[in-house]
Design a protein around this ligand. Sequence first.
Ligand SMILES: Cc1ncc(COP(=O)(O)O)c(C=O)c1O
Length: 379
Amino acid sequence: MSRSQALKTHAAVGVPSPQGCVPVARPLMPTLPAIAPYLETLDANRWYTNFGPLVQALESRLTERFSRPTSVVTTTNGTQALTLALQALGAQPGGLCAMPSWTFAATAHAVLAAGLVPWFLDVDPVSGVLDTDHLARRLASSPGPVAAVLPVALFGQPFEYAPWIALQAKTGVPVLVDAAASFDTLKAAPLPTMVSLHATKLVSTGEGGLLASEDAALIHRVRKMTNFGFWGSREAQVSGGNAKLSEYAAAVGLASLDQWPSRRAALASRAQRLRAALVNAPWIQFQPGWGLKWISSTCCVRVVDRDAADLERRLADQGVATRRWWGDGCHAQAAFTSCQADPLPATEALARTTLGLPFFADMTHDEINRVSRAILDLS
Ligand SMILES: Cc1ncc(COP(=O)(O)O)c(C=O)c1O
């Protein structure tokens, strides 16, 4: 088996990369000493789930991040938060949800689970995200009733809310934001916004997600939906299920939040080193501001005049794992072929030229040098 095949196999089954290879990611969760004080509180409380004190503490600390009054509810994962939010926003089942194909499969799965049909629109070829002017024009001749709009923040990039607030006000169609990887920059949620708390993200509960909104009633509705529709009685007041975070997960999340300032500094310094090491490879384009103004847990670059899949193979043969995190986009995946899709030339171009490089909080100088040397050798 070639090195590139070995790396692919390992990535597919989710186990560490073969010995000697630089992995594309190496998640680092809080270890026992950091979690232990919270677990001791949990043992003393004997309150294990159902909105216990640790979940309340986690949500209240998350709420403090926002510059304006904002409510936060945690969920078992980010995908679930998207589905519940769409339902709580009153998006009529059977309707279309306008969204990019250029996102992770979870976004489209969440839309289907809410009873809506993804309508894949093309993104702007430069910014890589949906453009509100384009969307407004497409909404005027949509292939069916549009129940919701779901823009996605690109690989942790800051999300620009203003045009989306205007679009919602103009069209009356509810907008929900998928900012799964944007924990670092999420300081306001003027539209309901989901952030993932998965182990590969910046702050994590292992599996988990949060929904933030300035609409406290919406967050309360979602909270009820995470709890079988119960609130204050054992009568199901609204449809729902079980999407509550346990106290164990909250303990991990609190420890992860404690470590966030040092984690951020570690990621930013490595991002800056990686950028500097690749300054002589101008065909590698980092996301604007990545590592300088904001940080994410992945390093997604655009490769000018190169093919990302070919690079993935060539770098793997040099022992450097990379990943096309969003593959060819949702529209190209079997689960979504029955969805509505516009022509998607910009999405297809981005899929051909976007590649995730190795990046993690404890990436060593040697690993950064190995990645940059392998890339510069291909220049
Ligand atoms: C863009 C996007 N949306 C949704 C999700 C789903 O989040 P979770 O894994 O917490 O369900 C992810 C996860 O990486 C994502 O990248």
